[in-house]
Design a binder for this molecule. Sequence first.
Ligand code: GDP
Ligand code: MG
Length: 599
Amino acid sequence: TDQSKIRNFSIIAHIDHGKSTLADRLLELCHAVPEREMENQLLDSMDLERERGITIKARAVTIQYDALDGQTYTLNLIDTPGHVDFNYEVSRSLAACEGAILVVDASQGVEAQTLANTYLAIEHDLEIRPVINKIDLPAANPALAKEEVENVIGLEAADAPEISAKMGINIQAVLEDVVHHVPAPQGDPKAPFKALIFDSQYDAYRGVVVYFRVMEGTLTLDQTVRMMASGAEYGLVEIGHLLPTKLEPCKSLSAGEVGYLTASIKNVKDTQVGDTITTVETPAAEPLPGYRPARSMVYCGIYTEDGSKYPDLRDALEKLQLNDASLTFEPETSAALGFGFRCGFLGMLHMEIIQERLEREFDLDLITTLPNVIYEVTKTDGTEVRVDNPHNYPDPSVIAEQREPFVKVSIISPPDYVGNIMPMCQERRGEFKDMQYLDTNLVEIHYHMPLNEIIYDFFDALKARTKGYASLDYEFLDYRASDLVKVDLLLNGEQVDALSFIVHREKAYGRARRICEKLKENIPRQLFEVPVQAAIGGKIIARETVKAMRKDVLAKCYGGDISRKKKLLEKQKEGKKKMRTLGTVQLPTEAFMAVLKLD
Ligand code: GDP
Ligand code: MG
């Protein structure tokens, strides 16, 4: 293939600004899909992605574009996920490109992830082409959006195409812009083989399908590939191009091209995003820069409501992991919840997606514990431990130092809301760094904050206090020493392991009291009085009492109607099935869930 006719580009944007919709239009314009097969947001193939309207996994397609200059160009379009949890995947997609279309919603202008993604694209030296979308909206102000792009980002935007991806207005201008301004790839097809993995997927028939961009050299079917980070080697089964509706086998892939390979690979863990593929025949000396293994940021325990479904949960997690190397899990047991797994996620959205897929695709009823971050503890004997489950937190008497993860938070908002945002960050132990006017009607605020304070409800609270105008982005910063305590919950004097949590000392009391109140509200009366207590290292810091039940359920029936009695008894039995026995206390699953939901 003639590299001068190839364009490799991504579409980047703040979430909901219209990446996926634009991708659909580009495919349509290139007649990539027969009309009857065209569905909305074709690149978002997972059901969940469609329903939530988000792009979870990066996807790539190759399309042919007949440009106005009479030439046909091969366009490799890589759609990227827009959420902070998936930043690393975004960065790998960008590394596979020479250019990026920056979609900006004409009614919203520049938002936090517009900037974050632009910075990523700049880091990879991409030619960034702004496109102003949603000009059909009554609230659209393309001129203002362009001004923001110029002032805030510093990109020339006067000639940026003004489009409506939804209505299909001015789409060709986008492709003409790409063809004329995004540079063609320039790798040497005769050099040692180097390709960048930007995605991989498990398929029941082919094994793992690896998606990659050839940076240098040429790959042919007779070669043996080697994954440079893992060292694993594989004989090739198939290589080819990524057409929108199918994988199309071919004989060779060379510098500048985007394609896939299959090689009877059983596990996506052996083909991690960001790794470099080389060949045994023409080995590269150095891998491509930038590889890092996926890192779990948020953990929670996952259990099945019905304890006998434990093996099903394990199978489901194993299946999901085939496709998602960033999901981790290890068996754990809880006195309260039985057998389950401690699972690690990239962030809260990732966690919600996995929970939802387990329930939906595998038909499991789950109980999940409160999410927590991972803590580092130096013990008095000098040993280091990483704690991913609050229940296993070392006793205060053996802790020399404890550290929690901090993140760099960037919030972009109209100046009017700064007075609402700052107290909220302060309250969550945020350390103010700086504030900067990006434009007359946009400020960027930086904080260093404990990740623990962000994972519950920070995003929702931020949206609520800024009428949805503020946007948030964060990235891992470092671990910092912190005055943390473990709070235990006791029912009738017995500790409930699944309810333990780690919190900053100053917040322990308030949080403990709220949870006790919530437990009291949700625990049905028992035959005896039940004290609900919260304790730090054995010392009680909060207490509520669930009063004893006064009457037998049947007493309501006044002896009369026998069928009504039967019904009641049956109902009670039904209810029992869903009860969790915590020591001597019966707790309905819903009560448990309600408490775990917090605030
Ligand atoms: P993404 O998160 O950037 O991939 O955004 P999507 O493509 O999923 O679009 C988010 C929402 O904006 C969807 O409801 C789209 O229908 C809508 N949308 C996308 N482009 C346009 C447009 O040009 N005009 C209008 N009015 N809505 C659009
Ligand atoms: Mg999308």
